[in-house]
Design a protein. Structure first.
Length: 731
């Protein structure tokens, strides 16, 4: 609910459990007053305080009064260059070369329903599930306008923000920095949690106390990156899974980003998030506008779990869309670690035969089926079937595979080009490169200039033809390098600072086209695993291959980190062969399955190389997963332990919202001699209900929660156990 009190010029945004408030002050500045637990009403404006602070300047209109300074007031969309020295949201270059900009209130409107942003993904809602507040601000000198969008999704406790900058003046303006949001908090004794890593080790949480100055994570790789995710948190120093205040913010965007928190001189904190300003310069001519992507925020008064549950619901129901958002996803077998580039129709049919018998529902032919793609040095850009490997094209192969009862999917990497390709011979200038400067290779490939419509449209037309040539029900959209040599032949020198963002817009345009033309194809995102695991991509692809690391023990870490924002239904996760390809570790097959089940679940191995016993195990695992599917995909996800802390095991739980069922999964670490007894403590059961544990013992919910489940110690490293708790009347 959005309330506006005209007499005080006060905006209060209420969700079910939170309230967010700001006020328009006498000068027209938007001053932030509150974000926290829901309140019934009232103004927090009494907390705005003024004092004469040395070296904090005063707006001209204050005359010689020295107590009001933009440098010390909490703001919604701070000005820059006129007295606020904290991290800005907006930096411009006006036509006269000056850099100052000051945004003051002009008008506002409140609408039913949730706004959307043209050409960019956003959370969506039914008309009666959300409200939108638009606040128009204007620079009194240049006429530059900022339209602040606030989306309020009450049931989800989700507040979204986005900004449109409109040039309402008569001269061009260059935008050098446009953050999507600013949140000025009245305290700085807070922890900043970010999700960082590297290729094959993505989204590991890092928590630190705010120190004076700016702390920041960002990506300048052109994509979200393996190195830092664009989801971050701020919380009380003692906040944990089920206690303390915390706030999470996620950018609905797939390119360069920046998330910064500044601990200020007066022990307040400013948080900003948006497109990275690095190499960013967007020209806005009179009458033109620029839209900064959406940020979604959740505040929780009861620790991390409450925040995660709201993000999980919102991403599942109000971001992922299309046919597959809620349909049961197929259990797939992907050929990458099974065959790499070395396959042909016969090999695929052998794999498919065993896969079908084991209960696999979808065979995914990964990289290597097109052009001259026999290794990773050639072929990208040539999206036609390699008939030496697949005689007659896709149709005959797919028909045979379908006849075995399997669906069929393929891998593509549309944004890339190899020098050794027909496309590069025809259009070398379509690759991002700077004239006169030797280009930079990565995985022996270059990035296509998707900021140019004719480029992505050409690639799309080729891919469309392939997808239309056979019964293809799944596509894995990969992206295997970061952007370098960013320069577009289609833009003049003064607009090269737009290429990174225009690239992302081109990508979204192609994804949108894909969605329209192939609404029934399940799209899985991927960027060398989790290099583009973000809400932007999740809008188009309800699942993303979470990492190129399939080792179960390493997956415990990255799936734990991923779970803070992203629901299980989005996490591409497979059982692979041992020794593991990435770590060479050997883990039991049921451990690999227990871990992969906290994701979309599938296999990434050659079933022909398994023993009969292993193939039987595979069938049983698939049956188990199907039985647990709804609970795993839509249940409340509880992190029972933190795998980054020392301890004998890692555990997590999926709980039905009504408490009727819960699945507790435990994975032990390295075995120790003469080890102490261990116990796992389920969470969130109905205290008075009687549960059966794996269909046997009957125990009260409270006894299970407070007494725990004793874990057997059978020795051996990396053991998995699952405990299915079913409320008795349901069993
Ligand atoms: C990177 C992906 O993450 C892998 O799963 C696989 O598809 C390869 N690319 C193929 O080149």
């Amino acid at each position: 609910m959005i309330c506006y009190q005209d007499d005080q010029r006060l905006f209060t945004l209420h969700t079910k459990n939170t309230s967010y408030q700001f006020v328009v002050d006498a000068h027209g500045y938007l001053l932030h007053t509150y974000y926290g637990p829901r309140v019934g009403g009232g103004s927090f404006a009494y907390r705005l305080r003024e004092a004469d602070r040395g070296f904090s300047p005063n707006p001209n209109a204050e005359g010689h009064t020295r107590t009001f300074s933009l440098d010390t007031q909490p703001q919604e969309f701070p000005s820059s260059g006129v007295g606020d020295f904290r991290i800005p949201v907006l930096e411009v270059e006006n036509a006269d070369g000056s850099r100052a900009v000051e945004m003051r209130y002009v008008s506002h409107s409140i609408k039913q329903g949730k706004y959307s942003l043209e050409g960019m993904p956003t959370f969506f809602a039914k008309e009666d599930e959300a409200q939108t507040l638009e606040v128009v601000l204007q620079d009194p000198v240049t006429g530059l306008r900022a339209v602040l969008y606030y989306g309020v999704m009450e049931e989800l406790d989700l507040i979204t923000r986005a900004v449109r900058i409109e040039n309402g003046g008569t001269k061009p303006v260059a935008l050098n920095r446009v953050m999507s949001m600013c949140l000025d908090l009245d305290r700085a004794e807070l922890d900043f949690i970010t999700f960082d890593g590297r290729h094959t080790a993505e989204r590991h949480p890092h928590r630190r106390r705010l120190a004076p100055g700016i702390q920041q994570v960002s990506s300048i790789r052109g994509t979200t990156s393996h190195q830092h995710n664009n989801f971050v948190m701020l919380c009380d120093p003692d906040a944990g899974e089920h206690h303390g205040q915390c706030m999470g913010a996620v950018l609905v965007y797939s390119g360069n980003f920046e998330a910064s928190v500044e601990r200020t001189q007066f022990e307040t904190a400013r948080f900003t998030m948006g497109i990275s300003p690095w190499q960013f310069r967007f020209m806005v001519e009179p009458g033109e506008s620029f839209v900064a992507p959406e940020v979604a925020m959740v505040f929780s008064n009861q620790g991390f779990a409450g925040m995660s549950h709201q993000f999980h619901r919102a991403i599942r129901n109000n971001l992922c869309n299309g046919t597959w958002a809620h349909r049961r996803r197929p259990v797939l077998l992907n050929t990458w670690e099974a065959a790499y580039f070395d396959f042909d129709s016969d090999k695929l049919l052998d794999i498919a035969g065993h896969a079908a018998k084991a209960g696999i529902e979808l065979l995914v032919m990964d990289d290597g089926w097109f052009g001259k793609r026999n290794d990773d040095k050639a072929g990208l850009g040539d999206w036609f079937v390699n008939e030496e490997k697949l005689p007659g094209g896709l149709a005959p192969l797919v028909e045979k595979i379908n006849a075995m009862g399997l669906d069929f999917g393929i891998w593509i990497e549309p944004e890339m080009i190899n020098e050794d390709s027909q496309l590069y011979k025809e259009h070398p200038d379509w690759a991002l490169q700077i004239p006169g400067r030797p280009f930079t290779r990565s995985r022996s490939q270059l990035v296509l200039d998707f900021s140019r419509e004719e480029v992505w449209k050409h690639v799309y037309a080729q891919i469309k033809k392939v997808l239309s040539s056979a019964n293809i029900t799944y596509v894995k959209w990969d992206m295997n390098r970061s952007l370098t040599d960013v320069w577009s032949a289609a833009l003049p020198a003064g607009r090269q600072g737009e290429v990174y963002h225009r690239y992302v817009l081109g990508l979204y345009a192609m994804l949108e086209q894909f969605r329209k033309d192939f609404p029934n194809i399940l799209l899985e995102g991927c960027s060398g695993g989790g290099g583009r695991f973000d809400c932007g991509m999740l809008y188009y692809s309800p699942q993303i291959w979470a990492s190129d690391n399939t080792d179960a023990m390493d997956r415990l870490l990255l799936q734990y980190g991923t779970s803070f924002c992203y629901p299980v239904s989005t996490v591409g996760s497979h059982v692979s062969a041992v020794p593991n390809e990435q770590t060479h570790r050997i883990t039991p097959m049921n451990t690999r399955a227990a871990v992969a089940m906290s994701g979309t679940f599938g296999y990434e191995l050659d079933p022909c190389k398994l023993t009969d016993e292993e193939r039987n195990t595979m069938s049983l695992q698939i049956e188990t997963f199907k039985e647990y599917y709804d609970l795993i995909q839509t249940g409340l996800y509880e992190r029972l332990t933190n795998p980054f802390e020392p301890g004998p095991f890692t555990a997590w739980q999926h709980t039905a919202e009504d408490g009727s069922r819960a699945l507790v999964t435990v994975v032990t670490g390295m075995a120790r001699s003469n080890a102490a007894f261990t116990t796992v403590y389920p969470y969130g059961l109905l205290p008075d209900a009687i549960y059966t544990v794996n269909g046997k013992e009957e125990m009260r919910g409270d006894v299970l929660m407070y007494g725990g489940i004793p874990l057997p110690n059978e020795g051996g490293d990396y053991r998995a156990m699952q405990f299915m708790l079913v409320r008795k009347s349901e069993s």
